[in-house]
Design a protein around this ligand. Sequence first.
Ligand SMILES: NC(=O)C1=CN([C@@H]2O[C@H](COP(=O)(O)OP(=O)(O)OC[C@H]3O[C@@H](n4cnc5c(N)ncnc54)[C@H](OP(=O)(O)O)[C@@H]3O)[C@@H](O)[C@H]2O)C=CC1
Ligand SMILES: CC(C)(CO)C(=O)C(=O)O
Length: 299
Amino acid sequence: MNTVVLGAGAVGCFFGGLLAEAGHSVTLIGRAVHVERIQAEGLRIETASGRRWVRDIAASTGLECLKGASLVLCCTKSAQIDEAAQFLGARLNAHVPVLSLQNGLTSAERLRKALPNNPVWPALVYAAVGMNEPGVVAHRGGQRLCLDARCRIEPFFNVLSDSAIECQLYADMEAMRWHKLLVNCALNALSAISQSTYGALLEVPALKTWLGELIRECVEVARACGIEVGATLEHDVLELMQAMAHQRSSTAQDLARGRPTEIDEFNGFLMQKGREHGVLTPINTTLYTLIKALETPSA
Ligand SMILES: NC(=O)C1=CN([C@@H]2O[C@H](COP(=O)(O)OP(=O)(O)OC[C@H]3O[C@@H](n4cnc5c(N)ncnc54)[C@H](OP(=O)(O)O)[C@@H]3O)[C@@H](O)[C@H]2O)C=CC1
Ligand SMILES: CC(C)(CO)C(=O)C(=O)O
């Protein structure tokens, strides 16, 4: 199976790297700065316990390799999905499965709509990663992908599970997607505004009470949309903060790089759903507004 990763950033390099380390054929499509370094030195993965190189991995700035793909991991940001869909639509053979590794609820649907001849599956990413420098991905915990239980019968499932990726299957994928959305609503903006790691945030005495209130607000919106995310959400968020203590959220990384964030997909999405269902979302609205202010270049 030839896996092509569209978007050689943190998530793409990490999961592409794990597949290549397991002996699978992987090509990363990315920007020149990353591609040139990976072609020259291999992909470097840095962890708390050291660094390693994945040398048996291809990287390209061109899209030609999509023609021979038998699986695509789409790992761009959600704002880049429509462009990614256009590239895939023009080059992929019919029936080649596409996994959408974006956070938020809209990317997989947008890809699915644009690629009617390909199976498109959302994959929920529970990994703490970031690009330390071109061609160098930092891994700070987690290497889990949550998938729809129906994926078990797909040929790509064997490829994913025959690697260090922890694949978990869920019968109620919609609830799991909301669960991940609410994790992002709870953590991403807070880590971004404070530019703090999850470990540092856990040291803030007022955090747990505040987080509890934010999560209650999020759960109320989900419930109004007909989704029960489960009673363990607050516990799950705190557990994830401990497991990924050295991580700053992907939103924090976007802000630090002066890039647009995905906040419209997180707290912005929750606000919108709250408005549609008559649920007030003051905490989400505050977080959203602060991120929008921080995204705006100062005069
Ligand atoms: N980082 C994390 O820990 C986690 C991230 N996620 C989610 O995963 C998704 C990806 O995030 P992340 O990996 O952090 O983001 P990155 O910005 O690190 O990676 C995306 C990469 O794709 C590149 N890219 C986009 N479009 C193209 C294209 N058409 N051709 C070639 N390269 C392209 C981008 O380049 P450029 O920047 O120049 O556009 C960038 O290098 C997001 O939805 C995020 O929310 C989920 C869980 C954890
Ligand atoms: C898993 C987590 C919370 C890791 O930081 C993430 O999804 C993100 O940063 O966007």
